[in-house]
Design a protein around this ligand. Structure first.
Ligand SMILES: Cc1ncc(COP(=O)(O)O)c(C=O)c1O
Length: 407
């Protein structure tokens, strides 16, 4: 059986999540997924045993070392890097600032970078701010406001011999669009630019491979794929070795530790490893190494979520009082919509009254929502499916949106 054919037994999967016992429809996973019991237990277990800091000659320090090494290996398996290229930090925002500060040291006045209007602000503002400080020109890749696509052909004109960096998302957590990152990265590499990919949203919804994307840097956040709130950036160790991050003197100079000043949240890193194990075990048909099981399971996740999403998107698009933002050919199971005569917060409150958790606002995709012209009216409502959502929930969601009427 090929990875694309593996299935997901959603009844079994739901049994793994204690949070589902609240009986609500959880369509708010884009900003933090529910936690499986295995992750909760891994974190709790790591807090029940002595764990000191790294670098000591005694067991509680060796345990801390093991938790860091285990989590690095797990994230490398998930997104296809090597363990020594996995940098941990509190969240993607903080990590991208760290990387932006380090990379900006290599820029010269007159250099250029390219950011995208599709991205979460966490993969825009750090670059724009560092560019302003360094005399570097910022060019913008624009979104087709009809479709929500980020056309890759525009990079032919945006890239020059002075381009040092292209920052682009693997998937928009606001409207779901998945740009053709590999095509963008190939163009960027042709002019010698580095590619910084935001994989925060994409990693939860299918196989994500840094090499296949052409990502020199790939950011992820474990809380988007059922882990604790820990962020990571994955890059080639050699590339990380060329950068000079701000760091304390006693922090080791080796990669990746030089990017990780301060004491790590060891118990959360134990949870990161457990979350990767959770993903690897999602398909009953997944066998072999963890790397293999992840590919089979994440392909099953993509197929399962994709089926539910197609139904949801079609049904919402067919409603006359609903406007779905964008219609990208490739999308995660996440969409944003507005309802005629109702502000997004009103819609979200009404859905909540019916037991459905859905976001409203701009989801920090401020540039995108300004371009789409929806920010004056409070942004949009957003629903994002995860591998623990069911067809029954999607049907109920569709009925609930259909029943919405301005008060
Ligand atoms: C696609 C994407 N990238 C980056 C971020 C930033 O993540 P954090 O707020 O955890 O730093 C988010 C947050 O929602 C996101 O959705």
């Amino acid at each position: 059986m090929g990875p694309g054919e593996a299935r997901l037994d959603v009844a079994r999967v739901r049994g793994l999540f204690p949070g589902l016992s609240d009986g609500l429809v959880h369509a708010e996973g884009t900003a933090g997924a529910l936690l499986p019991e295995s992750v909760v237990l891994a974190v709790a277990s790591a807090m029940r045993v002595p764990v000191a800091d790294r670098g000591g000659a005694f067991p509680s320090s060796a345990r801390a070392e093991g938790m860091v090494a285990g989590a690095r290996a797990a994230v490398a398996d998930l997104v296809g890097g090597v363990a020594t290229g996995v940098v941990f930090g509190p969240d993607p925002t903080a990590l991208t600032y760290t990387m932006a500060r380090a990379l900006a040291r290599t820029w010269r006045p007159g250099d250029e970078i390219v950011v995208s209007r599709l991205d979460h602000d966490a993969n825009i503002r750090p670059w724009v701010q560092m560019a302003e400080r360094s005399g570097v020109l910022v060019r913008w890749a624009e979104v087709d406001i009809e479709t929500g696509e980020l056309p890759d052909w525009q990079y032919d004109e945006l890239l020059t011999r002075r381009t040092r960096l292209v920052a682009v998302t693997a998937a928009s957590s606001a409207i779901g669009t998945r740009p053709d990152v590999a095509a963008i990265a190939a163009r960027a590499h042709a002019v010698g630019a580095l590619v910084y990919v935001d994989g925060v949203h994409a990693a939860a919804h299918g196989v994500l491979d840094a090499g296949a994307l052409g990502a020199d840097f790939l950011t992820v956040a474990a809380d988007r794929w059922c882990g604790p709130r820990v962020g990571a950036v994955v890059a080639e160790p050699e590339l990380l070795g060329e950068l000079e991050p701000d760091k304390l003197l006693p922090v080791p100079d080796r990669v990746p530790d030089r990017f990780e000043g301060g004491t790590a949240p060891f118990e959360l890193l134990a949870g990161v490893s457990a979350a990767v194990e959770h993903l690897a075990a999602l398909s009953d048909e997944a066998t072999g190494s963890r790397w293999d099981r992840l590919r089979t399971s994440m392909a099953a996740v993509a197929a399962y979520e994709g089926g539910l999403f197609e139904w949801l998107a079609q049904a919402l698009r067919a409603m006359r009082h609903v406007q779905v933002l964008g219609s990208a050919a490739r999308s995660t199971p996440t969409l944003a919509f507005t309802v005629a005569g109702m502000r997004p917060r009103q819609v979200a409150a009404e859905l909540s009254r019916r037991g459905i958790c859905a976001w409203d606002g701009d989801f920090y995709a401020r540039e995108l929502f300004d371009a789409l012209g929806v920010n004056e009216q409070g942004g949009a409502v957003q629903v994002g499916l995860m591998h623990y959502n069911t067809a029954e929930e999607v049907g109920y969601l569709i009925d609930s949106v259909a029943a919405l009427r301005p008060r």
